[in-house]
Design a protein around this ligand. Structure first.
Ligand code: FES
Length: 385
C-alpha cells in the first residue's frame, strides 16, 4: 500500500523544480527546510555516501577518516544502490519535502499575512539541493527573514547538529546578505499535532487488523539508532524520541502495548537498542505475532522506511520468523495534521520571538566536537527577530 502511494506521488509531482515557489512576488519570509536528504537516482549514491562518511559531525571513525571514509563509501555503494533500485530507483525525500514546504507556505500565506509572502527552500546536507544553494537562492530573492526549520522533530547532534554546523561553516566563507534576519527552529518532538498525526495514522492501520487480534497488536515505534558513544556524550535524541512516543500513546489513550525500538545500526560498535529486527524476533518467541510498526523519527518516506522497514522487516523477516500480522504506518508525509503542525510551529516561533532556543545553544556535557563551540557562539550572535 505504501509503495503504491509513493509511486502515485512520484508520478504526480513535478521533478523539474528544486526549490518550489509559491509566489510570484518577492518572499518576505523564507522557510528553510533542513534535512539530510537522499539520492534521487542510483548514480548519486556514491557521492551521497562519501559525504556522510567524511562528515565528522555525523560519524567519527576511530582512525584516518579522510581515507577510511571514502573507502567505506566506495565499498558500500553497490549494496546501497541495489536497495535504492528495489524501492523504485531513488529516494522520494526531496519530493515529499518540496510538497510539505509548498503546502506549509501556502497555509502560512493564509494564516500569517503579516509575514507573507512565504517561500520554502530545501537545504539538504548530503545531496542536492545543498544548504549553500538554498541560501544563495534566498539571497537572490532578497528574503528578509530566514527561518531555519529542522525537519528532524527530535534533535540529534549527528543529524540536526551536523546540518546546523554546516550553515555555520557556510557563513565563515560568505557574509549574511544585507537585511536578512535568521532564526532557528531546532526541535519539536512533542508538538500536539505531530502526535495527533501519528495517532491518526496508527488508528487507520489498527482498523485493518481483525478485531480479535487488534487488542494484542504491539505498536513498535522504530527510530534510527545512535552509537552509545554519542548517547553517553549527552545527545538529546533518545529522550526526545521517547517523549514523542509517550505523547502519541497519550493520544491513543494507551490502548495498545507498545515499545520503542531502534533501527539502522552500522558497524561493530555498540548502538542504542533494542534493535527493531531483534525485538520482532524475541516477541515472536514470546508468542506475540501481531505488530504495527511506526517510523517515529522520520517525517517522510525514504530508504529506512521503504526498504529497511517494508522489505527487510515487514516482509522478509516477518515471513522467516512466523509473524502473523505486521502493518507499517506511513510517515507523516502530506497528512493534513502534519502540515497543520508545521504551520503552527512556524507561527508560534514568529509569535514567541525567541530567535534560537537556549537548549540549542547549550552543548552536550561531554561534547568533543570542535565545530560545536564556534557554531553555537555564531548562532547566539547572529540570530535575531
Ligand atoms: Fe552535542 Fe557538540 S556533540 S553539542
Amino acid at each position: 500500500m505504501i509503495a503504491l502511494r509513493v509511486s502515485y506521488f512520484l508520478r504526480c509531482t513535478s521533478t523539474g523544480l528544486r526549490n518550489l515557489s509559491t509566489t510570484t512576488t518577492k518572499p518576505k519570509t523564507g522557510v528553510v527546510l533542513v534535512n539530510m536528504g537522499g539520492p534521487e537516482r542510483v548514480d548519486q549514491v556514491h557521492d551521497y555516501l562519501h559525504r556522510i562518511m567524511t562528515d565528522r559531525d555525523m560519524i567519527q571513525l576511530p582512525i584516518a577518516q579522510d581515507h577510511l571514509g571514502p573507502w567505506i563509501a566506495k565499498r558500500r555503494t553497490p549494496e546501497v544502490q541495489k536497495k535504492y533500485q528495489e524501492i523504485g530507483g531513488g529516494s522520494p525525500i526531496l519530493k515529499w519535502t518540496q510538497l510539505q514546504g509548498k503546502l506549509l507556505c501556502e497555509k502560512l500565506d493564509r494564516e500569517s499575512p503579516e509575514t507573507a509572502p512565504h517561500k520554502p527552500y530545501v537545504a539538504f546536507r548530503y545531496v542536492e539541493p545543498f544548504t549553500a544553494d538554498a541560501f544563495s537562492q534566498m539571497e537572490n530573492d532578497e528574503v528578509q527573514h530566514a527561518i531555519i526549520f529542522s525537519q528532524f522533530p527530535q534533535y540529534s547532534c549527528a543529524t540536526s547538529g551536523s546540518s546546523f554546523n554546516e550553515i555555520y561553516k557556510l557563513f565563515q566563507k560568505r557574509t549574511i546578505p544585507n537585511g536578512m534576519r535568521m532564526t532557528v527552529i531546532d526541535r519539536w518532538p512533542t508538538h500536539p499535532l505531530l502526535a495527533k498525526c501519528f495517532a491518526d495514522n496508527i488508528n487507520k492501520e489498527l482498523q485493518q487488523i481483525p478485531e480479535d487480534k487488534r487488542k494484542q497488536a504491539i505498536i513498535l515505534f522504530s527510530a534510527h539508532s545512535l552509537p552509545l558513544k554519542a548517547v553517553n556524550r549527552g545527545d538529546a535524541y533518545p529522550s526526545e524520541v521517547g517523549a514523542t512516543v509517550h505523547q502519541v500513546m497519550q493520544e491513543l489513550n494507551f490502548s495498545q502495548p507498545y515499545q520503542l525500538v531502534w533501527q539502522s545500526k552500522v558497524g561493530p560498535l555498540p548502538w542504542l537498542g533494542p534493535m527493531t529486527d531483534e525485538a520482532i524476533k524475541s516477541y515472536v518467541k514470546q508468542g506475540k505475532k501481531t505488530f504495527v510498526v511506526v517510523p517515529i523519527a522520520f517525517v517522510n518516506e525514504h530508504i529506512e522506511t521503504l526498504h529497511e522497514l517494508d522489505i527487510e522487516y515487514c516482509k522478509e523477516l516477518a515471513e522467516e520468523v512466523g509473524v502473523e500480522i505486521i502493518r507499517r504506518v506511513p510517515a507523516p508525509n502530506d497528512h493534513p495534521l502534519f502540515i497543520e503542525a508545521l504551520c503552527d510551529i512556524v507561527k508560534t516561533h514568529i509569535k514567541n520571538k525567541i530567535p534560537v532556543s537556549s537548549k540549542f545553544l547549550n552543548r552536550c556535557p561531554h561534547c568533543i566536537n570542535p565545530n560545536c563551540v564556534p557554531s553555537k557562539k555564531w548562532y547566539s550572535e547572529v540570530c535575531a527577530f
